[in-house]
Every structure is written in structure tokens, then in C-alpha cells.
Design a protein around this ligand. Structure first.
Ligand code: PSV
Ligand code: MN
Ligand code: MN
Length: 388
């Protein structure tokens, strides 16, 4: 069995992956949302389910909220509820993509009344952050156009800057703004924040507490995502990840499911760039479990991140640097591939046990009876879904 050095275990010890509240709600495609028994009926139940992931893995101490999907009357009460269950509330995600007023834009809109409404939504999100104790405001904008000529793309960039600057000015000293980019969808011709370059330009114009969020599903097929990771870390602008995996477009599947090697490559650049440990890059999942059970889906996801991190930590950096200096192409590549092909699962299971966690979190969750309990308890009412 491969053993993991004390340095590697120390790096893994502080690893944390934030869970998205929406992963626990029902989700689907535009064709059908399948209802699942036991699905949470409100944000309190979503947080309770997220706490189970942390209970069995020790890896997921925070839960991200999406506003207004997770609107509650008393965010202090939701915060206490989370803390009673051993987790905390994390990133607050704004939402300007489900309101008719935003059909032609929100933070970029030509009409100042609508733009002000979108800015005010973000200010309200920062009020939520103050109550929940959250550090990060994450902004993803569904803004753009479908046809050439439809909009003045440059004027929209200018309005975007003005809107973001107003939001940024309201942040507390310990709070950050993270701007997420996405190549396309829902707009098909141009998107106002389509790529890391635009997110970088917009956040650089704001200040040090504005960073970029890299969602692994938001690139063109074949994009070298680890290069972007390297560059943003080099620039000090990689704020967070939305992890998931994709086969085709923005599939939001379990991270590491479609391409574990890509996840490994991304994590090795995170390590190379010093982004693994505090105050490193925030790791978050952004996934939907349309077919599989949601809590085990999240357990599998955080374990995949941990496993690929452990493999990336196994890269012999000194030997790699020497091979690179010598332009020994095959030796350098072999060092990386040796780490990737190392099965760290038995070592991680043993390490988990040594910390009082289950060796096999998936099996321990299945045996815990929690799933049967929520399926029996959560009858009636409206189940929370993606967007509910
Ligand atoms: C957009 O596709 C996105 O990745 C953003 O992060 C949204 O907030 C999230 O998905 C909603 O699932
Ligand atoms: Mn995302
Ligand atoms: Mn997405």
C-alpha cells in the first residue's frame, strides 16, 4: 500500500470543500425534473443534509447559499442551525437570472432602473453575508446577446464595471467579491463575462478583494484549464473554484467523474501556485444530482477532490524540476504520471480511521439510516429544487 508522508497528510488535514445548498434540492434538465424521496423542503433541511457529508468525510465544513433560492426570514437562525450541526454558512451566490426584468441584462442593463434593481439585489446579498458570517459574494451573470448587432458590447462592459464598483464599495473589510465567467449559455452569441480574461480585467479594476471564480464546466472543450489556474494564481486573482465535471457543455456532473486526470492536473497547478492551504483558493462544488442520490453524490464528490489532491501532492517536485531543467521530456512526464497512477484510496481510508472517521464514508452513510429517516419524515410540503 502506498503510504502518505506526514507533510502530505498535514496538507490534506486542512482541506475543505464547500457544498452548494442546491445540490440537495431536486434538479434536472429543461426536459424533466425528477422528484426524489427525502428531498429537503427548505434551506434548513438542505443544511442538515450538507452536515451529513461533513459528518462522514470531515471534508465539507461549509455550505454555500443561493439567494433568493435559500431565502429565509432569519439568517441568524439558519446560521445557528448550521453551527449546531457542526457546519458553517459559506459563500453567498447572487441570482439575477430568473427575473423577467433581467431578460436583456442586469448589471449591464441599459435601463438604469433595472440596473439599480440588480445592484440592490447584490447589496441585499451582502446584508445576508453580514448575518451569516460569510466571506464571499459570488456573482455569475447570465447576461449577453443572441445576435450580432443586438447590443453594444463595449457599453455593456462599461456599465458592468460601474455596477460592480458600486457593489464592491459596500463589502466589509473581510469580505470578497468573486466573479464567475462562463463561455456561453443562456446567451448564445456574446456573453458579458465569457472568460477568465474578462473576469480578470473586471476584478483587477475593482481592487484586491475582487477575485475570479473558475467553474470547471465553463470552458470550451479542449481548454487547458490548468493553464488558467496557473495564470490566475500567478496574478494573485484566483479566488475560488466551482468544481464539477462535464462531457459536453455545462453538465454539472460529479467532479472527477468525466475526467479525473484533468482534476489531478488542475490540483497540481493549485499546489504549484501555493493555492492549497490557507488563505488559499476556496474550493466549492457546483453540481446537480439529477439521477443519483444527492447526499452520497456529494460524499463521492468531496472524496474525489481529496483523492486527486493526494495524488497531486505525490508528485516529486524536486525530481520534476531537475527533469525539466534537463529538458528530459519523458522523465518529467513520467514523474507526473507516476503520481497520477498511484492508488491512494487505501492510505486515505486508513488515515480517515485514524482520525475517528469512517474508512468508507459512502458505506457508513448508507448504513447510518439517515436516508430512510428523511424519506419517512419529509413527506408533504413542497420539495426544494434547483430554483426553489
Ligand atoms: C451557472 O451555470 C452556474 O455555474 C453559476 O455558478 C450559478 O450560480 C450556478 O451555475 C447555479 O447552479
Ligand atoms: Mn458555477
Ligand atoms: Mn455552471
Amino acid at each position: 500500500m502506498t503510504t502518505l508522508s506526514s507533510d502530505i497528510l498535514a496538507a490534506l488535514q486542512s482541506q475543505a470543500v464547500e457544498l452548494p445548498s442546491w445540490a440537495f434540492g431536486n434538479s434536472g434538465t429543461r426536459f424533466k425534473v425528477f422528484a426524489t424521496r427525502g428531498t429537503p423542503r427548505d434551506p434548513f433541511e438542505k443544511v442538515a443534509d450538507a452536515a451529513q457529508v461533513h459528518r462522514f468525510t470531515g471534508l465539507a465544513p461549509t455550505v454555500a447559499l443561493h439567494i433568493p433560492w435559500d431565502r429565509v426570514d432569519d439568517y441568524g437562525a439558519l446560521r445557528r442551525h448550521a453551527e449546531d450541526l457542526g457546519v458553517r454558512l459559506g459563500t453567498i451566490n447572487s441570482n439575477t437570472f430568473q427575473d423577467d426584468d433581467y431578460k436583456f441584462g442586469a448589471l449591464t442593463h441599459e435601463d438604469d432602473t433595472i440596473r439599480r434593481k440588480a445592484i440592490d439585489h447584490h447589496l441585499a446579498c451582502i446584508d445576508v453575508m453580514d448575518a451569516t458570517g460569510s466571506r464571499d459574494l459570488k456573482i455569475w451573470l447570465a447576461e449577453g446577446s443572441n445576435y450580432p448587432g443586438q447590443n453594444d458590447m463595449r457599453a455593456r462592459q462599461d456599465r458592468l464595471h460601474d455596477s460592480l464598483a458600486t457593489i464592491y464599495a459596500r463589502l466589509g473589510a473581510d469580505q470578497r467579491l468573486v466573479l464567475e465567467y462562463k463561455l456561453f449559455e443562456p446567451s448564445f452569441y456574446h456573453t458579458d463575462v465569457p472568460d477568465w480574461g474578462t473576469a480578470y480585467v473586471q476584478t483587477a479594476a475593482l481592487g484586491d478583494r475582487a477575485m475570479v471564480c473558475l467553474d470547471t464546466g465553463h470552458h470550451a472543450p479542449g481548454t487547458n484549464i490548468e493553464f488558467i489556474v496557473m495564470q490566475l494564481l500567478r496574478l494573485g486573482k484566483l479566488g475560488s473554484f466551482d468544481f464539477n465535471s462535464r462531457f459536453y457543455a455545462d453538465d454539472d456532473l460529479i467532479v472527477g467523474a468525466a475526467d479525473p486526470f484533468q482534476l489531478f492536473r488542475i490540483l497540481s497547478e493549485v499546489i504549484r501556485g501555493g493555492g492549497l492551504n490557507s488563505p488559499g483558493v476556496a474550493f466549492m462544488l457546483d453540481q446537480c444530482h439529477n439521477l443519483e442520490a444527492k447526499i452520497p453524490g456529494q460524499i463521492r464528490s468531496v472524496l474525489n477532490v481529496q483523492e486527486m489532491t493526494a495524488r497531486a501532492l505525490l508528485i516529486d517536485r524536486e525530481a520534476l524540476a531537475a527533469a525539466q531543467r534537463a529538458n528530459d521530456v519523458l522523465a518529467a512526464n513520467a514523474i507526473v504520471m507516476d503520481a497520477f497512477y498511484t492508488d491512494v484510496r487505501p492510505a486515505l481510508a486508513q488515515w480517515r480511521e485514524s482520525r475517528g472517521l469512517a474508512a468508507d464514508p459512502m458505506a457508513a452513510y448508507a448504513a447510518s439510516g439517515y436516508q430512510g429517516q428523511i424519506e419517512a419524515d419529509r413527506v408533504g410540503g413542497v420539495q426544494a429544487g434547483w430554483g426553489a
